[in-house]
Design a protein around this ligand. Structure first.
Ligand code: SAH
Ligand code: SF4
Ligand code: F3S
Length: 469
């Protein structure tokens, strides 16, 4: 599968639009201010960093108060209904600001508006929204914005094509020491409950040399954690002569002290080779987020997940054997259409068997246009709620004590900021991707320290520095 990238000519054209917007905002009586907010997953956060990068080049500064902004942008998520409801509520609340400041530009982009019926609703319900654009045209943001300034008319751009990969867009990173690097876009898995393949299109992998040179550059400029992003990183490079373990091996060869982490790993093609690469690596995080979704083979089949509980458990066992200190986390859906209490109990059994360090748990949300939306769903919301609470109790029992095994160990910790348990402490992240708070001064920020763990909380560790560098 050849990699389709946005042409250099097209990118040049967008850079021209960046200059044109700059010329428009230059005559404002103040420096233009943007408020941007991202809903949903890390992929969206990463897209927003590119939007912010383009805005910065267009002359914008940033504010955390939408009422003060000349441009408000929401980058939206469609994965569950409550994510969408929140956006409708927040866009509704902007009406008031726009009345006070009619020059304010309001933009809504991302996964939610990539769905035709939602974009239509957004257009009808909020006539004061100036710009609506989907997930495939991010790089055309300068052109769309310029068109609004020039013509004073609303712009809606939601092509159904799979977006080509745009390399070299400016990025305004939200973190000082941690950098997200998308390695692939889209998803080909079509889990029957999930809207992502519809709103993000088919899988497209970035060229390995682009990724490697971006990571090399980031490390050179002082980033200490590189988060590789993809809906299913294990599919990276499918149809080409490279794959995810090979990419990780290459990145692990880079020199310096840093952590490479990744999200998300689909169990159907999480290979022993991948686990071996992590086990033998210098830099790769000892954290595997391996979403299981359900502990019932019957439900996994209806979900189109392409693995069964047996295969999943043998992967977990292999990972724990090869990487004894690995942190294992998961995603679970409760109340998939047709799920019975018997099926649900199998999920509880699986959780008791695996004893995850933590689990992200969701009640099934019906997504228009997915296969599961057509399935019979006889269990009431109330009953699903009861199951959900039972699941939280079971996970709570293990989660509460999951980190106790680290007490007494010395972990290498990347110091990132002021403490989360106490702001007199520093906070950081261990190679297992666990939050660690400890006493230390600000000169340690952005470097690694050895910390002896003295206390385990359900969501973090507390310790003392044993050696400074
Ligand atoms: N690509 C990732 C996950 C993307 S969405 C993966 O396959 O693991 C993140 C999580 O949201 C999923 O793992 C799933 O647990 C949950 N999710 C997705 N669609 C959902 C829906 N319709 N209702 C409830 N939860 C859902
Ligand atoms: Fe959705 Fe499944 Fe793709 Fe994850 S792998 S994004 S859950 S379709
Ligand atoms: Fe949401 Fe889109 Fe991510 S639907 S979870 S923001 S890919």
């Amino acid at each position: 599968m050849p990699i389709s990238t946005v042409s250099e000519d097209e990118l040049k054209e967008q850079r021209l639009f960046i200059q044109r917007v700059r010329a428009v905002t230059h005559v404002f009586d103040h420096k233009p201010l943007a408020f941007t907010h991202s809903y949903g997953c890390q992929q969206n956060v990463s897209d927003s960093e590119k939007i912010d990068g383009m805005l910065a080049e267009m002359g914008f500064d940033f504010t955390d108060k939408p009422e003060n902004a000349d441009l408000v942008l929401y980058n939206t998520c469609a994965v569950r209904e409550n994510a969408e409801n929140r956006v409708f509520g927040n866009v509704g609340a902007l009406k008031h600001f726009k009345e006070k400041n009619p020059g304010m530009i309001i933009a809504v982009c991302g996964c939610m508006v990539q769905q035709e019926h939602i974009a239509e609703r957004m257009k009808q319900r909020f006539p004061y929204v100036d710009l609506i654009f989907g997930t495939h045209v991010l790089h055309k943001f300068p052109e769309m914005l310029y068109s609004i300034y020039e013509k004073g008319r609303r712009v809606v751009c939601i092509p159904e094509i799979d977006g080509a990969i745009a390399e070299g867009l400016p990025v305004r990173r939200s973190d000082k020491f941690k950098a997200s690097v998308p390695i692939m876009y889209g998803c080909n898995n079509f889990c029957t409950y999930c809207i992502v393949p519809k709103v993000r299109g088919r899988e497209r992998s970035r060229a390995a040399d682009e990724i490697i040179s971006e990571v090399r550059e980031l490390i050179k400029t002082g980033y200490k954690e590189i988060l590789l992003l993809g809906q299913n990183v294990n599919s990276y490079g499918k149809g080409t002569d490279t794959d995810f373990p090979a990419l990780l091996r290459e990145l692990d060869r880079l020199d310096g002290e840093f952590i490479i982490s990744f999200m998300t790993s689909h169990p159907k093609d999480c290979s022993h080779e991948l686990i071996d690469v992590i086990a033998g690596s210098r830099h790769i995080s000892h954290h595997l987020h391996l979403p299981v979704q359900s502990g019932s083979d019957r439900i996994l089949k209806l979900m189109n997940r392409h693995y069964d509980v047996g295969k999943y458990l043998s992967l977990v066992d292999y990972a724990r054997e090869k990487i004894p200190d690995i942190q294992l986390t998961t995603d679970i859906i409760v109340g998939f259409p047709g799920e019975t209490y018997e099926d649900f109990k199998m999920t509880l059994d699986l959780m008791k068997r695996v004893k995850y360090d933590s689990a992200f748990t969701f009640i099934y949300s019906r997504r228009e246009g997915t296969k599961a939306a057509e399935m019979d769903d006889p269990v009431s919301d109330e009953e699903k709620g009861t199951w959900f609470r039972e699941l939280l109790d079971v996970q709570g029992e293990f989660g509460e004590r999951a980190y106790e095994k680290y007490v007494g160990q010395t972990l290498r910790v990347l110091c990132e900021g002021r403490g989360r348990t106490d702001d007199k402490l520093l906070t950081g992240k261990s190679r297992q991707n666990i939050i660690v708070d400890f006493a230390g001064d600000d000169s340690l920020l952005g470097s690694f320290a050895d910390v002896k763990i003295t206390k385990a909380l359900p969501w973090a560790l507390v310790g003392e520095i044993v050696k400074e560098e």
